[in-house]
Each structure stands twice: as C-alpha cells, then as structure tokens.
Design a protein around this ligand. Structure first.
Ligand code: 4NP
Length: 153
C-alpha cells in the first residue's frame, strides 16, 4: 500500500455507518499516534447538514467516542479526490464511488478482517443491537486497516 495521509469513509446517507467509522477512526488514530486526515461522506445527498442517527451517536458514546457534532454531506468528486484512500461500507457504495474516483484508491471496508462482508445498512433497524454489531465490525476492520497502513507509512 502507498503512503496514506488522508482517509474518507463513505456510506449511503452519511448518518449511520460512515460517521461511526469516522469517529472510531479518529479515536484509534489518536490512540495509535497516527497523524491522519479523516472524514466521512454519503453517496446520496439525502441527509446533508443532519446530525448522525441517534443510535450511531449512542453506540459511539457508549464506547467513549463523541460523534454528535458531525454533519452529513455528499461525496464530492473534485474536492474528495485529495483523499488517498476512500473506504466504501458496502458493495453498492463501492460501485457508486467508482463513477467518481480511480479504482486504485477505492476499497471495501469488509476486505479488512471481515472476509469481504458488507457493513449492513442499519437505517431500518429498530433498536440498538444492529448498531452495536456494526460498531464491532468497524472497530475490527479499522484496526486491521491501520495495521496495513502502519506497515507502509
Ligand atoms: P447510512 O444509512 O448509509 O449508513 O448513513 C442510511 C441512512 C439513510 C438512508 C439509508 C441508509 N436513507 O434511505 O435515507
């Protein structure tokens, strides 16, 4: 892997999965002493300017991470090309991102320690359980991603 200075996490709405990924990634980068630019965005513009889903905020908070200040935004083909790595939460996000960015910088979150599994869209989940599961998946995958980045940086 090339040297990575900036990572963008992308899902559909930028209110459930990718803000949680951003919060975990910021927390782990600080704990591991990695100097990274980290952000998140959605492939849709449905939730621009909105706070993360209350369940993502709660799961993050239960793990000592504050994501309540984040605001939804749509991925931007021009500005976001400055990121070295663009991490898609599921295969649909991955396909959508390939319309904007070169294939060598778009990766699937599930390829880091999750046997290629998608991070499932939790928008219609009723309670916190699914969000807890997503937190665990993201925590594992981002640690694995950081292991790979650290080997090359
Ligand atoms: P996210 O979840 O992509 O993880 O932020 C979703 C949020 C909103 C919608 C779908 C997924 N939506 O259909 O509005």
């Amino acid at each position: 892997m090339k040297k990575i200075n900036a990572i963008l996490f992308v899902c559909l709405g930028n209110i459930c999965r990718s803000p949680l990924a951003e919060g975990i990634a910021r927390d782990l980068a600080q704990k591991r002493g990695m100097d990274l630019k980290i952000d998140s965005a959605g492939t849709s513009g449905w939730h621009i300017g909105e706070s993360p889903d209350s369940r993502s905020i709660e799961v993050a908070k239960n793990n000592g991470i504050d994501i309540s200040y984040l605001k939804g935004r749509k991925v931007n083909a021009y500005n976001d090309d400055s990121f070295d790595l663009i991490v898609a939460m599921d295969r649909q996000n991955y396909q959508d991102l390939l319309r904007f960015f070169s294939k060598d910088k778009v990766v699937l979150m599930g390829d880091y320690g999750l046997e290629g599994r998608d991070i499932p869209d939790p928008y219609h989940y009723r309670d916190l359980e699914g969000f807890k599961k997503i937190y665990e998946m993201l925590y594992l995958a981002i640690n694995r991603l950081y292991d790979e980045i650290s080997e090359c940086n």
